[in-house]
Design a protein around this ligand. Structure first.
Ligand code: NAD
Length: 328
């Protein structure tokens, strides 16, 4: 198959592209390298099955050209990370909504030409906002804070993407699969946009303090990017998933303080842990989510998914990758 992967030079995208190529697919990436990195795919640069187009997706002519050629579209390009959204909210909202619309317009044209091209949309657990339930399932309400707090714009923009894609399912029967990722981690994730695990591992490696926000009692579940890439491909290849939304990730919560302690134990027992207020880390209006745990019943029923790598394995993988770059 010929597959279009948007955001393929990013963290999750690069792992997905690797797997698609291993399967024997031909892959075209469109990525503007806003947060993606050439180095993520440097080891595949000579692969004749891979084409990398460095461009913004807000170019309808280019997007139409590729949508007319490919058999499946995986849309992962977005502005990701709470820190990035807090710093540049306007650009982030634009990046998260407009490209989705350009892609869906192009896929609508393909429907006019008699071609039904499956569309995968990378959404986020952020769409649940601050829903107070202890475990979130796909039909739960989306509960956002005030528009004066930019952090909610990420979840709202991703939910608009979901609404757009589901509208084309309803109106035109476009084959769409939506995945809400819960804290995906692993090699190639950068700490530059506030992601917690690479930040902790890099701090521990360099003997700096691990900066834990607030009281460190926030609970999150971390899934290895290899498990997630596998789940994405299986969902797209399972037609009974079309028109549906899936939680994707791990359902084993741990607090940020527990995570910091595990990173210390594994990477550097001498590293210190410091607490930092949200005001110092982001801004004074920052509102966080205390607990974020997915109900995985639906994805288990559809593709028999369950994560294979626990948090210790993940920390070691992330650490080993940083070590390989630092020449050790
Ligand atoms: P990433 O920043 O590494 O990847 C995003 C990629 O999209 C980058 O390569 C970037 O250069 C590219 N991009 C952004 N805007 C673009 C545009 N307008 N045109 C072309 N390319 C553009 O982030 P990631 O963690 O790999 O995230 C991939 C997807 O998964 C995103 O849609 C994100 O919202 C979603 N997601 C990720 C997580 C996570 O834990 N990493 C959690 C929830 C959802």
């Amino acid at each position: 198959m010929h597959i279009l992967v948007t955001g393929g030079s990013g963290f999750i995208g690069s792992h997905l592209v690797e797997r698609l190529l291993q399967r024997g697919d031909q892959v075209t990436i469109i990525d503007d390298l806003s947060t993606g990195r050439v180095s993520n795919l440097a080891h595949l640069a000579d692969n004749p099955q891979l084409e990398i187009v460095e461009s913004d997706l807000g170019n309808p002519v280019l997007v139409q050209k590729y949508c007319a050629q490919v058999d499946q579209v995986y849309h992962l390009a977005a502005a990701v990370g709470v820190a990035l959204i807090a710093k540049r909210p306007y650009e982030s909202i634009h990046r998260n909504i407009y490209p989705t619309q350009v892609l869906l317009d192009a896929l609508s044209r393909e429907l006019d030409r008699g071609r039904r091209v499956p569309f995968f949309l990378a959404s986020s657990s952020e769409v649940y906002g601050k829903n107070p339930k202890s475990v979130w399932s796909e039909e739960d309400d989306l509960v956002f804070g005030a528009t004066t707090k930019p952090r909610w714009s990420y979840g709202v923009s991703k939910s608009i993407d979901e609404f757009l894609a589901l509208a084309l399912v309803k109106e035109r029967n476009l084959p769409v699969v939506i995945a809400r990722f819960f804290n995906v981690v692993g090699p190639r994730q950068t700490g530059a946009y506030g992601m917690v695990l690479p930040r902790f591992v890099q701090a521990a490696m360099t003997g700096k303090s691990l900066m834990v926000h607030d009281d460190g009692q926030q609970q999150r579940c971390f899934a290895h990017v290899h498990d997630v890439a596998e789940a994405i491909m299986r969902l797209v290849d399972t037609p009974s998933s079309y028109g549906r939304v899936y939680n994707v990730g791990s359902n084993q919560p741990l607090t940020m303080l527990q995570l910091a302690n595990l990173v210390r134990e594994i990477v550097n027992p001498n590293a210190e842990i410091e607490f930092q207020s949200y005001t110092d880390a982001y801004d004074q209006d920052f509102e966080d989510i205390r607990r974020r745990v997915p109900d995985l019943t639906r994805i288990r029923e559809t593709i028999n998914y369950s994560p294979t790598k626990n948090i210790e394995v993940i920390i070691r993988d992330v650490w080993n990758e940083f070590l390989s770059h630092s020449g050790h």
